[in-house]
Design a protein around this ligand. Structure first.
Ligand code: ADP
Length: 392
């Protein structure tokens, strides 16, 4: 059965087609600059990358071209072969704790939550509508970044703010990257051969979050109401003293929107180093002796260690630490520095095992008190799995 994973942004549409349940990725690609000029798409198929420039006024045009390409390439004979389409949704609020089949009530709720994800939820609805029009016979599902974190207890997801804010304004911790945390924790349980585990999953990419996962369920996660909270990220500040915000708004005479931009786009590794949000550039700066790059990296690593230590205590121990996403899978030095910072717990990195990028592997020594692994994430596959399960 063919299942399509879709991630629609306001001007982009990423896709990956799978043969399920075999989990074979058949083709993937991205449509870019939808609704603006110079639009184009790229498709990866059979080890080749095709790039074409076309007019893409709407997401519906992107889906129409995608389906024509799939037929021209001989990947599908007709559209009805695609039985399910899974759409990635950033914010599911308290409404959704799992993947669901789309209906009008589901769309209304995603729309209602747009205030919490103004860049993402409205774009996803456009993607769903376009997909429904072009593939009316396929089962459309929605897979939420927040769903995996809905198992957090009330004392964990509430903020110590006026109690009514949670019900009146939906102010609470929702977390993010849930599809990734779910995927890597499920994979880790497979590797360990059991489900009654205590795992700390570190999704460290440009955006970054850590989750505590007990017996396959999330009990805490570092992101909050928005993906700005928790770890220091490429250009997001992570946890700070909230009072800095009104204080600096007064000092700089900036409004809330401008302050939001500073906290999300001009802070983190970029803000401290003054050089880049990309950890490869920070590593290069460090190799040249740049003090602010060294400082940014120390702060970045310190925060990851803090969260792992906090969740170790909260879980009452830990069966495995998992690194995933861009930095987690590829930055040898960041992983080493984090694990060295946990040596007081008896964690021991194995330099040789850790000397890899993007490969599922154990990176600690055999006498480490807690094993640490790299588990490459695959959010698209997780979306396809959930969607397949709702199609059979
Ligand atoms: P996003 O949050 O945008 O999905 P990714 O998970 O793709 O991000 O991670 C992107 C980040 O991964 C880059 O900004 C970069 O900092 C980091 N990264 C990728 N490759 C390497 C590498 N070889 N060494 C260190 N960092 C890397």
């Amino acid at each position: 059965m063919k299942i399509l994973s879709v991630n629609a942004g306001s001007s982009s549409l990423k896709f990956q087609l799978y043969e399920m349940p075999e989990e074979n990725a058949l083709v993937s690609g991205v449509f870019e600059r939808i609704g603006i000029d110079s639009s184009f798409y790229t498709i990866k198929f059979n080890g080749e990358k095709i790039k074409k420039e076309v007019d893409l006024p709407t997401h519906k045009d992107a889906f129409t071209i995608l389906l024509k390409e799939l037929m021209d390439l001989g990947i599908v004979k007709n559209l009805d072969e695609i039985k399910g389409v899974g759409h990635r949704i950033v914010q599911g609020g308290s409404y959704f704790d799992r993947t669901v089949v789309v209906d009008e009530d589901v769309i209304a709720k995603i729309d209602e939550l747009s205030a919490l994800a103004p860049l993402h939820n409205p774009a996803a609805i456009v993607g769903i509508r376009a997909s429904q029009e072009v593939m009316p016979n396929a089962v459309q599902t929605v897979v939420f970044d927040t769903a995996f974190h809905q198992t957090m207890p009330e004392e964990t997801y509430l903020y110590a703010l006026p109690y009514e804010w949670a019900s009146e304004y939906k102010i609470r911790r929702y977390g993010a990257h849930g599809t990734s945390h779910k995927y890597v924790s499920a994979r880790m349980n497979e590797i360990l051969g059991r489900n009654n585990t205590k795992l700390i999953t570190c999704h460290i990419g440009n955006g970054a979050s850590i989750s505590a996962v007990k017996d396959g369920k999330c009990i805490n996660t570092s992101m909050g109401l928005t993906p700005n909270a928790g770890l220091i990220m490429g250009s997001r500040c992570g946890d700070i003293d909230a009072t800095i915000v009104p204080y600096m708004m007064d000092k700089l005479k900036v409004n809330s929107k401008e302050m939001d931009t500073i906290l999300n786009k001009q802070s983190g590794l970029l803000g401290v180093s003054g050089i880049s949000s990309d950890s490869r550039d920070i590593e290069e700066g460090i190799s040249k002796g740049n003090h602010r790059c060294e400082l940014a990296q120390k702060m970045y690593v310190r925060r990851i260690i803090d969260y792992i230590a906090k969740y170790y205590v909260e879980l009452g121990g830990c069966d495995a630490i998992i690194f995933t996403a861009g930095v987690g899978e590829n930055s040898i030095s960041t992983r080493r520095e984090v694990l060295d910072g946990l040596s007081v717990l008896g964690v021991k990195v194995d330099e040789e095992r850790n000397n890899v990028r993007g490969k599922e592997t154990l990176i600690t020594s055999d006498d480490s008190s807690i094993p640490a692994y790299i588990v490459p994430t695959d959010e698209e596959l997780m979306i396809a799995r959930d969607t397949y399960n709702l199609c059979i």
